[in-house]
Design a protein around this ligand. Structure first.
Ligand SMILES: Cc1cc2nc3c(=O)[nH]c(=O)nc-3n(C[C@H](O)[C@H](O)[C@H](O)COP(=O)(O)OP(=O)(O)OC[C@H]3O[C@@H](n4cnc5c(N)ncnc54)[C@H](O)[C@@H]3O)c2cc1C
Length: 273
C-alpha cells in the first residue's frame, strides 16, 4: 500500500536477511521491514539546535510562562501570562496535551485525551544491535546507543497527570515491554534497567494531529495532538505551519488535519448508521 503511494524506502525482507542484518535477534523472527537509511535524532540536542537557530533569527523563548488566556481584540491577538500580556497579529497554539484549557476560550473543542508515554534505559551492554527496531503486534521502539545503553519505548502507555503536568511510570506495563525485548533478544534477560520515565502526550480520536487554521477566528492557527509522533514530524510540520500562516497555502494540503474534521467524521458515521 505504501509503495502504491510512492513510498519506496521501506523494503520487506525475509528471515535470513533480517538475521544477517541483526544476528543477535531471536531465531523465531519471520521477517521484517527494512529502511536502509533510517536513523534517529537525540531530542535534547535536536530541540536545542532548533532553539538556538530560532534565537539567531530573533525568536524569544520564555520558559515557565503559562498562557492563561488568549483573546482577539481588533486586528490583534493577546496572550495573557504571569509575565505580562503579549500581542501579535497572528497566534499559533502549540500547547500539546493542554489544548483543552485554551479550547474553551475559543469555543473550538477537539476530542483530545492525554496519555503518559514511557521510556526506559538499560545498563550498558556490549554492542549487539545497529538498527532502530520496532515490532509488529506488540508496541516496541528500541535502539542501542554508542555508550552501550539500550533505550526502549514505542507508545508504552503509563499514567498522565495533566493537572500537575507530569507523567507516571506504570511498572506492570513496563515489565510487558521488557519481556518483548527479551523475547527478541534473549541474551538481554539479565540486563538491568537504569531508569524509566514518562511524559504527557496528546492523542486525538483518529490518532492524527491537528494542523489547521481556526474555523472560528481569524489569524489563529493550531499545531497539536501529535499522538506520539511529534518529535519526528516536528520539523516538517513546522515548515508547513509557517507556510500556512505566512503564505496562506502550505506546499502540501493540510485538509486531513483540519480542526473541524471531528464534527464532520461524527456526522458521516451518523449518516452511515
Ligand atoms: C516518553 C516519550 C517518548 C517519545 N518518543 C518519541 C519518539 O521516539 N519519536 C517521536 O517522534 N515522538 C516521540 N514522542 C512524542 C513526542 O515527544 C511528542 O509528539 C512531541 O513532544 C509533541 O510536541 P508538541 O510540541 O506538539 O507538544 P509538547 O512537546 O507537549 O509541547 C507542548 C508545550 O506547551 C507547553 N504548554 C502547555 N500549556 C501551556 C500554556 N497554557 N502556556 C504556555 N505553554 C504551555 C507545555 O509545557 C509544553 O512545553 C515521545 C513522547 C514521550 C512522552
Amino acid at each position: 500500500m505504501l509503495e502504491s503511494h510512492g513510498f519506496t524506502h521501506e523494503k520487506v525482507i525475509d528471515r535470513e536477511a533480517v538475521l544477517e542484518l541483526e544476528p543477535a535477534l531471536a531465531k523465531h523472527v519471520t521477517g521484517g521491514i527494512w529502511v536502509e537509511r533510517d536513523g534517529f535524532a537525540l531530542p535534547y540536542r535536536t530541540t536545542t539546535a532548533f532553539r538556538l537557530g530560532a534565537q539567531k533569527l530573533g525568536a524569544r523563548f520564555l520558559e515557565g510562562t503559562p498562557v492563561r488566556r488568549i483573546e482577539q481584540r481588533g486586528a490583534r491577538w493577546f496572550a495573557v501570562t504571569p509575565r505580562g500580556t503579549f500581542s501579535a497579529e497572528k497566534l499559533l497554539v502549540t500547547v500539546g496535551a493542554w489544548w483543552g484549557e485554551l479550547a474553551k476560550q475559543v469555543g473550538e473543542p477537539v476530542p483530545v485525551h492525554p496519555e503518559g508515554l514511557m521510556l526506559m534505559v538499560t545498563h550498558r551492554v556490549a554492542p549487539f544491535c545497529r538498527a532502530t527496531l520496532g515490532a509488529t503486534g506488540r508496541p516496541l521502539s528500541f535502539k542501542q546507543f554508542d555508550n552501550g545503553t539500550v533505550v526502549i519505548g514505542g507508545k508504552l502507555i503509563g499514567i498522565a497527570e495533566l493537572t500537575n503536568r507530569h507523567g507516571e511510570v506504570d511498572f506492570v506495563r513496563l515489565v510487558r515491554s521488557a519481556r518483548t525485548v527479551t523475547d527478541l533478544f534473549p541474551h538481554l534477560k539479565h540486563l538491568g534497567v537504569n531508569r524509566a520515565w514518562a511524559g504527557v502526550e496528546a492523542f486525538t480520536e483518529d490518532e492524527l494531529p491537528v494542523i489547521s487554521a481556526s474555523r472560528k477566528a481569524s489569524n489563529l492557527y493550531y499545531s497539536f495532538g501529535y499522538c506520539g509522533s511529534g518529535f519526528q514530524l516536528g520539523p516538517g510540520c513546522g515548515k508547513l505551519v509557517s507556510e500556512l500562516m505566512i503564505d496562506g497555502t502550505p506546499l502540501i494540503s493540510l485538509d486531513a488535519f483540519a480542526i473541524d474534521r471531528f464534527g464532520r467524521q461524527a456526522m458521516a458515521s451518523a449518516k452511515a448508521a
